[in-house]
Structure formats: C-alpha cells, structure tokens
Design a protein around this ligand. Structure first.
Ligand code: ADP
Length: 477
C-alpha cells in the first residue's frame, strides 16, 4: 500500500508509516500514513514562516480561486471522500458524505469571504487627519484537530486561515490522517505556493508539542480535549500568541410537559446517539419534567430499539462503531460508573458482535440519574445518555446550566414563553429549540462558553476575529 506522506515546504516527505485502522473492522487497514518527528515539525514551521510575506500580500483573487477550486473538487469527490471518512472514523456513510459536503461549503464560503475583505475609514477627532481600520493576517497559524470530524474541522480552520492571508502548519489527529491528507493534497494541487500549507501527521505529544513550544506561531487554533486545550493555552500565553480552543461539552436537552413527543424523541435520539455520540455538541443529559417523563422514556426506549448499530458503510446502519478500543473502554467504564452511582440502566449497556471485529456498542440510556453523578458531569463522548427527572421548567433550566461546560443547549417545547426564556437564559454558545443539540450551519458562528471554549468564535464571518489582527492607521491629510 502506498505511503501518504507529510507535506513540508511543498514537498511530500516522510518514511515512518502508521496503519490507519477501520473501526468497523479492526482487521482492515484504510491506508498507511507518515508519522512525523520533531524535526519535521520544525521544518514545516520554518517553511510556513518563509512563505508568509509573499502569501500575505497575494491578491484576493488568487486566494479566492484556490479556495473555490478546493471546494469544487471536494464536492465532486464527495462520495469517495465520504467512504474514506466513514472507513477511518466510523460515522455512517450518509453522515460522512454530509460532512464532506459541509467541508466543500466551508471552502466555498471562505472563497467568497476572500473577495469581501473590507476595512473602515472614519474621521479622526482631530481635524485634518484620516483614520483607516483594517484587518491584517496574523502570520503562521498552527492548526491542531481532533478525530471526530476529520474533514469538517480541518476545513473550518484551514479555509479562513488561508482566506485572510495566513500560512499554516496543520497537525490532524492520529486516528484520522486520511481526510486530512486528502484535503491538503487537493489544496496543494489547487495551486497553493510552497510552504503556505504544511501537513505534519504524527503524535500529539511529539509533533503537536513542538507547535505548542514554537516561538514562530502567531496563532494556534485547537479542537480537542479539555486537558490538551489547557496545555495549548498555557504554552500560548508563554509565547504571547493568540489562541482559540474548542473543547468538551456536557450539553443538556430539556423536554417540557408541553413538548411534541415525536419532536422531543427524535431530537433526543439524534443528540445523544447519532455519530455514535462522538460530537462535542452531543447531548448526554436529557432533562425531563415529571408530567411527560414516563411517556418520554418509554417512547425514547422504543426508538432506541429501532436503531441499527453496524458497519459504517452498510446501508441501513444508524450508528457506526466507537472510534477505537481506547474510547470504547472509556464508554464502558462510564456505563459501570453510572450503574454504581445508582442510575437505572434503561436500555443497552453492552457491546455488540457483528460480522467483522469492530468497536460496536449499544446505544445506552440511563434513567433516574441526578445531575451530581459523574455520568452527568463528565464528558463521555460515546453513545451513552442519561435522563434526569425534574419538577418544572425552572428546575430544568437550573439543571441545564449547572455544568462546567457551555457549548450547546436544547429544549423541546411548544410554548413560546419557555422557548424565548430558554434562548435568553441558557448558558451556552448555541441554543436549539425543538432541534437536536448537534447539527449546525456552516455560515454562522460556532463555539461555546465556560470550559467548552476559549477565544473568539469559529466559522462564518466571525472567523476573521481570530485569523486577523486589527490595524488602525492615521494619516495627516
Ligand atoms: P482526544 O482525547 O479526543 O484524542 P486530544 O486533546 O488528546 O483529544 O487530541 C486532540 C488533538 O490534540 C490531536 O490532534 C492530538 O494529537 C493533539 N494533541 C494531543 N496531545 C498534544 C500535545 N501535548 N501537544 C499538542 N497537541 C496534542
């Protein structure tokens, strides 16, 4: 099998190969990918630094054309890239194709943004002086991404970084080098000058750590765990560098007595279990008022019985495998913790055997959980959710907000009064009414509060806050 290499200073390099394993079938190798070392990362950073002066002054039409070409190729190859994504990460093929299309849309959006760069001209408070406010590119941007959205997250960081004139060093998660390599290959062939985008696949503790410790990065955008996010923050402060973090969630989904039952059940099932619960916007706390509680639990349990857990590529699969053995162990450990804490296992809880050896776990629902249990406070990142019974809306809102995290927050209700109150008072970056907590648009801001996020928002035009720096220029007329 051919080795997919790292891209450093416009050259494909690297020899140490790591096998990319399919979580639907642990015997299947998706491909071989280079694993870089510290020197590779140093070289990539140097190349990005050298490429910055020219790229930052390159014309907006040049940047537009490259981003647009990239979008078009991703869109044209959506089925093939979707299969690659489903094979390396384990989400179902329709979800994987959907994510691939989203990546194409993101590149298209930022291709457009490149043509819409603008500043402001304002009068000075001192007569005879003009003031211009513009946005400059930052410099070299380090991009560190997680495994759960192998094409969309790299897209929503790389596209704005390049659009606004920055150069990039990109380190994808170890488990999903395939999509990362594919989009870098597409961008490279679309005409990016050498060194503008560098790919270094490899271990976070090795190549990622070199990025954290480098004095040459002007910005570092990270999505991943809270623990690594904290390291990114501390290292970035040390180097006086701008940083942006997207980390965990423990997103609540509130179901009120007046909710439309089908809407509530569909949204809760989607939020908790689709994409194998491996979305930072997934909901693992379903907070239900007592009038609808039993009816809702019965209906959600019936729904879970209909969900097919199987190979990500198989037609009819609703839930693919857990991403790897380590995550599977985390999930099953939390299921044991939930039982020991006294929550009632209402559905699932066990592993499933399929034709091939994959990491298949039943969707798992706890009831009679309380908000102080570890399963209600810590992010599990698997198909495991708990129902917390509350008296009324006021208790539901208080419980929803009683968490260290604040990414997404959802409610199912037919009441305009409660929907409006919840939108205003949910302590989260994103609020969903009668919709799953996960599933967001590509053209509007994404991000959270509290321990979920740090820094300015990603995506949409808000992305320019991170990827540019403001300059105020005064001229004596
Ligand atoms: P997860 O537990 O979900 O894998 P991580 O935060 O460990 O979350 O991983 C997210 C990204 O951070 C991955 O690309 C990973 O390689 C990278 N990473 C992990 N440790 C470090 C580190 N010490 N320095 C830089 N990047 C790291």
């Amino acid at each position: 099998m051919a080795l997919h290499q790292n891209l450093i200073a416009g050259e494909w390099v690297g020899s140490e190969a790591v096998a990319n394993i399919n979580p639907s079938n642990a015997n299947e190798v998706v491909g071989h990918y280079a694993s870089g070392n510290a020197a590779d990362m140093e070289a990539a950073i140097a190349a990005a630094k050298a490429a910055f002066p020219e790229w930052s002054r390159s014309g907006i039409l040049h940047r537009h054309t490259i981003l647009k070409k990239t979008s078009d190729e991703i869109q044209a190859r959506k089925d093939e890239l979707g299969v690659l994504l489903a094979r390396e990460e384990g989400k179902t093929l329709p979800e994987a194709i959907g994510e691939t299309i989203r990546a194409a849309q993101i590149f298209d959006f930022f291709a457009g943004e490149a043509l819409r760069l603008a500043g402001e001209t304002v009068p000075s408070v001192r007569p005879g002086i003009g003031v211009e406010i513009t946005r400059d590119p930052l410099g070299v941007i380090g991009i560190i991404t997680p495994w759960n959205f192998p094409i969309a997250i790299p897209a929503w960081k790389i596209a704005p970084a390049l659009c606004y004139g920055n150069t990039v060093v990109f380190k994808p998660a170890e488990l999903v080098p395939g999509c990362a390599w594919a989009i870098v290959d597409i961008l490279h062939r679309a005409g990016l000058p050498k060194g503008v985008l560098n790919l270094v696949m490899g271990k976070g503790s090795v190549v990622g750590q070199v990025m954290l410790d480098s004095p040459h990065l002007s910005g570092l955008t990270f999505t991943g765990s809270t623990g690594t996010g904290k390291r990114v923050a501390l290292a970035s402060i040390e180097h006086n560098r701008k940083f942006q973090l997207e980390m965990g969630g423990k997103n609540p989904f509130v179901v009120l007595d007046d909710a439309e039952l089908t809407v509530a059940v569909e949204a809760a099932a989607n939020s908790g279990f689709f994409s194998t619960g491996q979305r930072c916007t997934a909901s693992s706390r379903i907070i239900v008022t007592e009038g609808i509680h039993d009816k809702f639990v019965a209906a959600l349990t019936e729904k879970l019985k209909t969900l097919v857990v199987d190979d990500a590529l198989r037609a009819g699969t609703h839930i693919g495998p857990v991403v790897d053995a380590r995550q599977l162990k985390t999930d099953t450990d939390y299921i044991e913790i939930g039982k020991q804490e006294g929550a009632k296992l209402a559905f699932g809880g066990g592993m499933i055997e399929r034709e091939n050896p994959g990491f298949f776990l039943q969707p798992t629902l706890f009831t009679e959980a309380t908000n102080d249990m570890r399963i209600s406070r810590e992010e599990i990142f698997g198909p495991v959710a708990s129902v917390i019974r509350v008296k009324n809306y006021e208790e539901a809102l208080a419980t929803a907000n009683d968490t260290n995290f604040g990414l997404s927050s959802g409610i199912a209700t037919t009441s305009l009064k409660y929907a409006t109150h919840f939108k205003r008072n949910a302590e989260a970056g994103m609020v969903m009414v009668n919709l799953p907590t996960a599933g967001v648009d590509f053209h509007v801001p994404f991000g959270g509060r509290k321990a979920s996020s740090f820094g300015s928002r990603e995506q949409g035009k808000y992305a320019n806050e991170f990827f540019t720096t403001v300059k105020t220029a005064y001229t004596l007329a």
